[in-house]
Design a binder for this molecule. Structure first.
Ligand code: CUK
Ligand code: CUA
Length: 676
């Protein structure tokens, strides 16, 4: 073991000698890019020993700083796309610097980007993104699992999908401009958890219900006493338009599932291509009711069975069933009913240790890793064995709803003891798996089996254990959900930070920890407090795969359609068209002027501002805000934004550019005059 590996092996205790720390900086980590950079700077003293001393670093923290440092002006090799939990947003970070690059508003309004504050584009995404029968426009969502689009099982940098765990919705984000383009409120889903995942060529993005809904009941309501009769889950296969990345409802379908609580899900790949896997718990169908009887509390009644069911879905078969027309319309979407799914061999169950959380398919697609939060093992199932058991009808009977249950021992490949509270698993490209241990606040590194390339005598063994701070949920390795992960870095998404940061009030930030996967032993390189949401999952993609990302729009672009807006206004064509009480303002926007800058209307008019940013310079974004009218927008170079304002308040409103765009930014203002 080299000196630096020894240091990395004992991150909490390491106090290496000064000499070895310097050696590391001069030789190991610093020899590449970072070393060259230090050498380039004209003002460095070169006296690293003094700096380390003065700052009180141990050798391993000096190494962590060097390994995660990205020089000013240089770019990170990876992007992290993190969900934001019940903030309803997503976040983009660079890795390994862990610098925050952007928030992407999805289900929640966001004023900086004018998301949901008057512009037609974002308003329509939000407005169409909820079932109008819901009494209030939904103002938030709970983003859990981002899914990057894939080609042949590799991230391709085109689109990103995210589920709303709270409201059973799914959103599509275009990585051309990092903006949310579509939200769908899925019929028959009250909540969602299984997914998003995309199939290996982005044929479908999958999402499934969490808690079942009474969609079979007349009128959509049934008391809990009719749970087994009317409540059902649903697995949704949402077809992706290959040109736009949008979900095409007409080609999408659902599969009815028993009223269990379906949890996480993953797509098969390579060996398991064509399959999807969903975990479940509460196959007891417990419904709570602790006032009546304290023993009925869900957390005790929902863990009565020793086993729950891994749902194995053959989506290619399902596709055929849909093509054959063996579906029913269920509230606006084609649904394969449960009896049809069983008869056609679309759905099988495999018993899994009770109340599991994550199911994760390894890069070769041979193994499904199921982590039971109440069981210290990872249960590994083999697709080869599952396929053989299905072919042989190797059943242990059926569940109450007629779904055939494959014999567990026929499908199980290995049980690997990992530690307490295993939740989620990620992979590297060398046959290793990394599982989060929630209860132990640690990451377990372990080896997979021969199909993953692991040699004899080394298979199915825990090889490393790294404490993290604290209560880790998901983890994410570089390109970790692809057929070809990089490993390299792991992000631990820690739920609690407790004492890792100075006090900022009673709600503490979450904590992302950057973990080095190079070498045999994992080590923590850096902490990144996340004080703006509760990320559940992230995906990490090579930055150079984002080849479709724009710096400026083509002139006159409507971001919703990514084509020329019919409201685009050329320089010199700005005008105000009045048609009765309808006023259309065709405005051009550039440093440092709105043309026109005075808009006078009558009380009660409907005013539509069509604002074209005629700049072509990257980053020359302007804002458009009307005080007192709750209007705020961001108009990026080349972009056209349309905003409808009902002139319901008389007065003189000093509209202005809200983005500090130029030396004369403060002069970039005008008047919205509403005559009584
Ligand atoms: S769940 Cu959050 S820690 Cu929604 Cu993926 Cu496991
Ligand atoms: Cu345009 Cu400030």
């Amino acid at each position: 073991m080299s000196e630096s590996e020894k240091v990395a092996a004992s991150p909490m205790k390491a106090t290496v000698s000064r000499r070895s720390a310097i050696g590391m900086m001069a030789g190991g980590a610093a020899a590449g890019v970072v070393g060259a950079r230090i050498g380039q700077s004209s003002s460095t003293s070169g006296n690293y020993e003094d700096i380390i001393d003065a700052r009180g670093f141990t050798g391993n923290w000096a190494e962590g700083a060097l390994k995660s440092f990205v020089p000013p002006g240089e770019f990170d090799p990876y992007f992290i796309f993190a969900s934001g939990g019940h903030s309803g947003q997503m976040f983009v970070l660079g890795c390994p610097s862990m610098r925050l690059l952007k928030a992407i508003p999805v289900f929640t309004r966001e004023a900086w980007q004018g998301y949901g504050f008057g512009s037609d584009q974002s308003e329509s995404v939000l407005r169409e993104g909820f079932d109008p029968s819901k009494s209030e426009p939904l103002g938030w969502g709970d983003t859990h699992h981002p899914a990057l689009s894939e080609t042949e099982g590799d991230y391709d940098g085109r689109w990103l999908y995210i589920n709303d765990r709270a409201n059973g919705r799914i959103a599509m984000i275009d990585l051309a401009d990092f903006k949310t383009k579509q939200i769908i409120d899925l019929p028959n889903l009250g909540t969602s958890h299984g997914g998003c995942f995309v199939t290996p060529n982005s044929e479908y993005v999958h999402i499934s219900s969490m808690t079942p809904s009474p969609y079979l009941a007349p009128g959509g309501y049934a008391p809990l006493s009719d749970y087994a009769k009317y409540y059902r889950g649903a697995s949704c296969w949402m077809a992706i338009d290959q040109e736009t990345g949008r979900i095409d409802m007409d080609r999408s379908f659902q599969i009815e599932l028993p009223p269990y609580t379906q949890d996480l899900a993953d797509a098969g790949k390579l060996s398991s291509f064509g399959f999807g896997f969903i975990n479940s718990y509460n196959t007891e169908m417990a419904i709570g009711g602790d006032l009546e009887d304290p023993k009925k509390a869900l957390e005790s009644t929902a863990i009565a069975n020793d086993f729950d069911f891994l749902h194995v879905i053959d989506w290619q078969k399902a596709e055929q069933v849909v093509a054959d027309g063996k579906t029913e319309d269920m509230n606006g979407i084609r649904m394969i009913r449960l009896d049809v799914a069983v008869a056609e061999g679309v759905l099988h169950f495999v018993p899994e240790p009770r109340n599991p959380h994550g199911v994760d398919v390894n890069p070769t697609g041979d193994y499904m890793v199921v982590s039971g939060k109440l069981d210290p093992h990872a249960s590994v199932f083999s697709i080869e064995k599952i396929k053989a058991a299905i072919a042989a009808e190797d059943y242990d009977g059926t569940d109450d709803f007629g779904v055939p249950i494959l014999k567990m021992e026929s499908c199980l490949e290995a049980l690997v003891e990992l530690g307490n509270g295993p939740l989620h698993t990620q992979f590297d490209g060398d046959g290793n798996a990394y599982t989060s241990l929630f209860v132990d606040s640690a990451v377990a590194k372990w080896t997979l089996g021969p199909k993953a390339g692991v040699g004899e005598g080394k298979t199915w063994t825990k090889v490393d254990h790294l404490p993290v701070n604290y209560n880790i949920g998901h983890l994410c390795s570089a390109e970790g959900d692809t057929v070809n992960p990089d490993g390299k870095y792991l992000i631990a998404l820690n739920k609690w930070s407790i004492d890792r940061f100075p006090p900022v009030g009673t709600l503490h930030p979450q904590n992302f920890q950057l973990i080095d996967l190079d070498g045999d032993k994992m080590s923590v390189l850096a902490d990144m407090p996340i004080g703006f949401g509760e990320p559940h999952y992230t995906q990490m993609i090579k930055a150079d795969k984002l080849v479709h990302t724009l710096r400026v729009y083509e002139p006159g672009t409507d971001p919703l359609t990514m084509s020329k807006s019919r409201f685009a206004t050329d320089p010199g064509d700005a005008r105000i068209d009045v048609n009765g009480t309808n006023v259309d303002v065709f405005a051009t926007v550039m440093r440092s002027h709105f043309t026109p800058d005075v808009v006078e209307v009558n009380l009660g008019d409907t005013v539509r501002f069509h604002l074209t940013n005629i700049e072509t310079t990257p980053d020359a974004t302007h804002g458009f805000a009307i005080p007192g009218y709750n209007v705020e927008s961001s108009i990026d170079p080349g972009e056209v934004v349309s905003i409808e304002v009902k002139a319901t308040r008389p007065g003189a409103f000093a509209m202005y550019c809200s983005e500090f765009c130029s030396a004369l930014h403060l002069e970039m203002q005008g008047w919205f005059l509403v005559k009584p």
